[in-house]
Design a protein around this ligand. Sequence first.
Ligand SMILES: C[S@@+](CC[C@H](N)C(=O)[O-])C[C@H]1O[C@@H](n2cnc3c(N)ncnc32)[C@H](O)[C@@H]1O
Length: 284
Amino acid sequence: MNIKTAISNAVERLAHEPIGPPRMAAEALMMFVLKCDRAFLFAHSEQQLTAEQQTRFEEAVAQRASGKPLQYITGRQEFWGFEFVVSPAVLIPRPETEHLVSAALEKAAQVNRDDIRIIDVGTGSGCVALALASELPEAQIEAVDISSVALQVARENARRLDLAARVNFYESDLLASARGEYDLIVSNPPYVGRCEADKVQREVREHEPDVAVFGGEQGLDIYRRLIPEAWDKLKPGGWLLMEIGFSIEEPVRELLKHWNGVSSVPDLQGVPRVVCARIPRMHH
Ligand SMILES: C[S@@+](CC[C@H](N)C(=O)[O-])C[C@H]1O[C@@H](n2cnc3c(N)ncnc32)[C@H](O)[C@@H]1O
């Protein structure tokens, strides 16, 4: 069977499943199996697949048809222009989370010192911490997660991106093991409420780690703990930046009522995505 026929068979198979654009998925899986780029697929569409390639492609298509996210099959996701390794131990980095990185860069520039201390809480694949490390060559960056398997993935990403010396990854329940004070605390915490679990895409519910997705009954549990912990661990004038889920802006702002400069950053659809809050200068 040649590449073109194999892809059209896969498109037909995937089109019957409620899992998004079938052609993109079929092409991505073929690129994964052949370790090639899209240009190669088109330039060599008549090329015959070996029996082994055909089997591997069909297996990958079957996994996708059963609802496994594409990124967990290929083991890759792009974020901030870098290729990250992902496994079912970590949340798949979302493009919206790049807003958290941009907001952190903006606040870092305001701090106006190069050697600022930053900590990423709930780092998962390490995408936020590593994006910041790539942009802020002098910053001292730490990244924590409660999941040791997620941290293994994050460390692998650091090595692959040649940033291992730049970010200190360690296990911690929120800021419990963090030492000293920070200029910036950034987090994309689990924020889906159990009460809205049935509204979450099946793929997310069934394949992404529970600890990375759910934040208690209303989705607010981690914010309730992280906000007071951050209050004790920020330098005077330091910033806390958190990604927020749809519809929880108000309760999160309520938790930040003693903070200064509270503002939200909207995503490209105009939905508030990141909440920024500054610690008052005299707070301890
Ligand atoms: C929504 S994911 C974000 C992952 C990554 N930062 C990203 O943006 O793609 C939330 C992460 O928080 C971690 N987490 C959940 N509860 C935690 C806790 N109590 N302390 C530290 N990390 C926690 C999860 O393991 C998961 O990696």
